[in-house]
Write a protein that binds this ligand. Structure first.
Ligand code: KIV
Ligand code: NA
Length: 274
């Protein structure tokens, strides 16, 4: 059995080799991706991708735990990190600890991720000092979509650049083992990456980051409600699924599926149920 990558090993990749990350929400997706990635994130993006919500805000802790446990059943080598959903951690360090402890205990994952900059530093320190590895997430923070007024890249103005740099530094100082940097302009992402001691994992944040993450369904062409500029599509599986469903429907309607090859036959001397 392959040994699972730990959060310290992810942290120590800084300055070594790029950290390869993708999201996964299900056991089967985890099985497919596990041989190829260093880290699997059970992202709260599942609210939009799996459940059809138009933001990540309706995602619950129970949903994250169910999907986290499913991914753990399919991944043996990757470091599995589970997002804390909106409303499960922002009220206090104690609230965050209770939510994160449930995620750790009920899924067996290696750590949690939470969104927020300087305002979350105390919470990150509280968790990290109590046995819960934390991955930060700064820049574009989807759980703050209502405050930000949309899903927009950040770091374009000098004020924004300073804020995201300050957020990343504070989160790293608080004890985060890595920091996801989302939707952040290239020079700012590069400067943050060279100043932090822990790795940056970019999504729409330039090749300068220490690692990259994308939503797996975006990569495989399985989700197209909207496709941000930073997504690269490596396959078009949604098109293949549609074509397969169409072929199946045609064959059922024309009674060309099933054929007798797909059927159980009665054998006079044997049990009919097998
Ligand atoms: O929820 C998610 O999938 C994420 C990543 C895209 C970073 O937070
Ligand atoms: Na997320």
């Amino acid at each position: 059995r392959a040994k699972r990558l730990s959060t310290p090993q992810i942290r120590d990749r800084k300055g070594q080799q790029p950290i390869v990350c993708l999201t996964a929400y299900t056991t089967q997706m985890a099985r497919w991706l596990d041989p190829h990635v260093d880290l699997l994130l059970v992202g709260d993006s599942l609210g939009m991708v799996v459940y059809g919500f138009d933001s990540t805000l309706p995602v619950t802790l129970d949903m994250m735990i169910a999907h986290g446990a499913a991914v753990m059943r399919g991944a043996e080598r990757a470091c599995v990190i589970v997002d804390l959903p909106f409303g499960s951690y922002q009220a206090s360090p104690e609230q965050a600890f209770r939510a994160a402890a449930r995620v750790m205990a009920e899924t067996g994952c290696s750590g949690v991720k939470l969104e927020g900059g300087a305002e979350m530093a105390e919470t990150i320190r509280f968790l990290a000092q109590r046995g819960i590895p934390v991955c930060g997430h700064v820049g574009l923070m989807p759980q703050s979509v209502n405050v930000a007024g949309g899903f927009k890249a950040t770091g374009r103005s000098e004020a924004e650049a300073q804020k995201v740099a300050q957020d990343a530094a504070t989160v790293a100082d608080a004890g985060a083992f890595a920091v996801v940097l989302e939707g952040t302009v290239e020079p700012v992402a590069a400067a943050i990456t060279s100043s932090l001691k822990v790795p940056t994992i970019g999504i729409g944040a330039s090749p300068a980051c220490d690692g990259q993450i994308l939503v797996a369904e975006d990569v495989f062409g399985l989700f197209s409600d909207f496709t941000p500029r930073f997504v690269k599509r490596y396959a078009n599986l949604g098109v293949e699924i549609s074509a397969a469903a169409e072929a199946y429907a045609r064959e059922v309607r024309s009674r060309t599926f099933p054929t007798l090859d797909h059927c159980f036959r009665a054998r006079p001397d044997k049990d009919r149920s097998a």
